[in-house]
Write a protein that binds this ligand. Structure first.
Ligand SMILES: [Zn+2]
Length: 146
């Protein structure tokens, strides 16, 4: 990924923070997912006053891409509302792992803090080297590669 695209992805994740629905935590998280076709889909955390409902920003960005017919991803930037930042939770890592098998490509993960500073650059295969996905479960996802 070139520098311009990386900066665009980070800016997009930072912007998505402001779209979050967070009546419980009052903390927005933004994500921006770059597809293998070069499109960017934003996501923001969506909470609920009912415990257990809601979605992380990363998963929201995946849903956004899927709703536009894209399933093959290149990278994701995630903007966390703290100085030290964070990394995607286990559920989000699982979803990213699954789509890395759909797209047959490792997905880069760029974590930034509240100021947009990169705090970690990694990938889903580094975070989940032995994840469980469509391949391991015997599911054919080749029809989603378009
Ligand atoms: Zn998550």
């Amino acid at each position: 990924m070139d520098k311009v695209t990386k900066e665009k992805l980070i800016k997009s994740a930072m912007k998505a923070i402001h779209y979050a629905y967070h009546p419980v935590s009052k903390k927005g998280v933004g994500a921006a997912l770059l597809t293998q076709k070069g499109n960017i889909y934003q996501g923001a955390n969506v909470q609920s006053v009912i415990s257990g409902l809601g979605s992380c920003a990363e998963i929201c960005s995946i849903y956004n891409a899927v709703a536009h017919g894209e399933y093959c991803f290149e990278a994701i930037a995630v903007a966390f509302p703290s100085a030290k930042g964070a990394r995607p939770c286990g559920a989000c890592q699982q979803m990213l792992f699954e789509f890395s098998e759909v797209g047959q490509k490792d997905i880069k993960i760029i974590c930034v803090n509240e100021k947009g500073k990169i705090v970690e650059e990694t990938s889903i295969k580094k975070l989940m080297p032995k994840g469980y996905g469509p391949k391991e479960s015997g599911r054919d996802v080749s029809g989603y590669r378009k």
